[in-house]
Design a protein around this ligand. Structure first.
Ligand SMILES: O=C(O)C1=C[C@@H](OP(=O)(O)O)[C@@H](O)[C@H](O)C1
Ligand SMILES: C=C(OP(=O)(O)O)C(=O)O
Length: 429
């Protein structure tokens, strides 16, 4: 278990960084590139471990993928040309890989086995297994398909109309991938809007998809064509430095090329409602995925309530928002976030446990947390629990702690942000 000693920041975080490519979009660029016909070129691809797992799985399915740092070229031959893998498909730590890939495999006439690490082994798979079985795929797994290892034998799929029981872009995307391979029109109804990168990418690859309020429809049998994808920066990675800029005294941070897809920008709404000093310049609002430059400065913050429809727009940012709330005046309440319990860790429990070690006034609830702000944090021995977002949240917390922090299990951060400490270092000098 790797550990790191971190010290507080005395001079403020200053300067400019370009945040790494978006994880959700990087995964999808490989998946769509692999099922499309023709060459797809991806630039600014995220070299996080999760996205590298996606590349490895599609190579095992017979797709030629060349990767040279952040540039990836995929030689797609169409969905039906994917081949039965000779080996197990290992998704590592990536929930997005396993859920979306299962949606693709559901419509292919061969057998495959999917596994992941110990965290993946605890995450619910029924949410994708149930609708995909309903469409005609044969899927089995531990505890009748609840958990990995999963075994998939795809088949002829029938379109369905499916009302998502939870707001999940992964489940929506798995069904849309299967829908591309099904007879007829597949309809997915979301309880509230979730990230729409899959829908945007279907259009980018020349396909058709429609949306009316929370109902999304896709027709099976469409041919997708290879294209060029420039991956915008990941707002979920930017979030760590957006919060750092607000809570570390004397800071002014500029983040370039931040993805500003409105289904992902909940963190910005929260920062603004808490009184953060934040300035946004949008690059091109009509781009395939909009981007912009964000400047953030040390701010006096006040507590807020975060609940309802905004939750999916900031679901991965809740650990760092919890840290932000410890530094705001008054109480912050986070509700309707049950989904945090089934991420890489139970993020309600791990956030509360680790922030308490630093002296935060934070309490877990059934669907979120209650944080009373204005507390001075003190360094302690803390642990990421193998969860990249918990690791980065704690590393940012170290910047405002009195005394040293020892962060255990620090290598988890490479799952989504391998350059995290390099960027922290650039801003610290
Ligand atoms: O579709 C995606 O790329 C993702 C969707 C979200 O998960 P859920 O669909 O489980 O909410 C998010 O937490 C995850 O990091 C990435
Ligand atoms: C939940 C996350 O990812 P995934 O579900 O792909 O493991 C995340 O990145 O915070």
């Amino acid at each position: 278990m790797e550990l790191l000693t971190l010290r507080s920041n005395r001079n403020g975080l200053k300067g400019e960084i370009e945040v790494p490519g978006d994880k959700s979009i990087s995964h999808r660029s490989i998946m769509f590139g692999s099922i499309a016909n023709g060459m797809t070129t991806v630039t600014n691809f995220l070299l996080g471990e999760d996205c590298l797992s996606t590349i490895s799985c599609f190579r095992k399915l017979g797709v030629l993928i060349e990767q040279d740092t952040q540039k990836v070229v995929i030689y797609g031959k169409g969905m039906s040309e994917l081949q039965e893998p000779k080996d197990i498909l290992d998704v590592g730590n990536s929930g997005t890989t396993i859920r979306l890939l299962t949606g693709i495999l559901a419509g292919l006439h061969f057998h495959s086995t999917l596994i992941g690490d110990s965290s993946i082994g605890k995450r619910p798979m029924t949410r994708v297994v149930t609708p995909l079985r309903e469409m005609g795929a044969k899927i089995d797994g531990r505890e009748e398909g609840k958990y990995t290892p999963l075994s998939v034998r795809g088949g002829n799929l029938q379109s369905i109309t499916y009302r998502l029981p939870v707001a999940s872009a992964q489940v929506k995307s798995a069904i849309l991938f299967a829908g591309l391979n099904a007879d007829g029109i597949t309809t997915v109804i979301e309880p509230v809007p979730t990230r729409d990168h899959t829908e945007r990418m279907i259009q980018r690859f020349g396909g058709k998809i429609s949306r009316h309020e929370n109902e999304i429809q896709v027709e099976g049998g469409q041919k997708l064509l290879g294209t060029e994808i420039h991956v915008p920066g990941d707002i979920s990675s930017a979030a760590f430095f957006l919060v750092a800029g607000c809570i570390v005294s004397n800071s002014s941070i500029t983040l370039k090329n931040v993805g500003l897809n409105p289904t992902r920008t909940g963190i910005i709404d929260v920062l603004q409602s808490m009184g953060a000093s934040i300035d946004i310049q949008i690059d091109a609002a009509d781009a395939f995925e909009p981007t912009g430059t964000i400047n953030v400065m040390s701010s006096k913050l006040k507590g807020t309530v975060i609940e309802g429809e905004i939750i999916p727009k900031l679901i991965d940012e809740i650990p760092i928002i919890a840290l932000l709330a410890t530094q705001a005046e008054g109480v912050t309440v986070i509700k309707d976030a049950h989904e945090l319990k089934v991420k890489e860790t139970n993020r309600i429990d791990t956030v509360v446990m680790e922030l308490k070690k630093l002296g935060a006034d934070i309490q877990a609830t059934d669907d979120g947390m209650i944080i009373t702000g204005g507390t001075k944090l003190t360094g302690a021995k803390v642990n990421s629990h193998g969860d990249h977002r918990i690791g980065m949240m704690l590393a940012i917390a170290s910047q405002i702690c009195e005394g040293e922090m020892i962060l255990e299990n620090v290598n988890a951060i490479a799952v989504s942000y391998p350059a995290f400490f390099e960027h922290l270092h650039i801003l610290s000098n």
